[in-house]
Design a protein around this ligand. Structure first.
Ligand code: IDP
Ligand code: MG
Length: 160
């Protein structure tokens, strides 16, 4: 795939987004993807995987020691997860806004968790919380060759 050289580096920011087993089981894949897609972000990698418990523990390594850590890792590895990488200007921070607060009781209406989830342990979606985490999580979940760089005809209508 060829990257359009006119695309600014800022627009190439990438974040790791995953629909957790509850979101997949509840049939929310298309609903969630459409929110990122309609915003204007570009899907550059996607796969459906059942992570092992060990992999889930690696993904949530920063939370080890928390009382919910074991249950959280059991849950993430309990069924298919839709792992994705989304690209666009400001996608890491704004992606977290689209997702909403960690506890759905605190998530604003209009956010993914606010509209679609009730409890913190079943909050249907994961998103990287910062630039370093995004790089690490993308590298954990995807091989470099699974990430595509491509231009879309809409790029020039999304960025001035
Ligand atoms: P985040 O997903 O909004 O980044 P984190 O604090 O990184 O939130 O926690 C990771 C995941 O762990 C949350 O999405 C949630 O599913 C789960 N979690 C966080 N806090 C609790 C809790 O107090 N009880 C149960 N599960 C929790
Ligand atoms: Mg987090």
């Amino acid at each position: 795939a060829v990257q359009d050289p006119s695309v600014e580096a800022a627009e190439l920011e990438r974040t790791f987004i995953a629909i957790k087993p509850d979101g997949v089981q509840r049939g929310l894949i298309s609903e969630i993807i459409s929110r990122f897609e309609r915003k204007g972000y570009k899907l550059v990698a996607v796969k459906l995987v059942v992570p092992t418990k060990e992999f889930a523990m690696q993904h949530y390594d920063d939370l080890k020691g928390r009382p919910f850590f074991n249950g959280l890792c059991d849950f993430l590895s309990s069924g298919p997860v839709l792992a994705m990488v989304w690209e666009g200007q400001g996608v890491i921070k704004y992606g977290r806004k689209l997702i909403g607060a960690t506890a759905p009781q605190n998530s604003e209406p209009g956010t993914i968790r606010g509209d679609l989830a009730i409890s913190v342990g079943r909050n249907i979606i994961h998103g990287s919380d910062g630039p370093e985490t995004a790089v690490a999580e993308i590298a954990l979940w995807f091989k470099p060759e699974e990430l595509l760089s491509y231009s879309k005809v809409t790029d020039k209508w999304l960025y001035e």
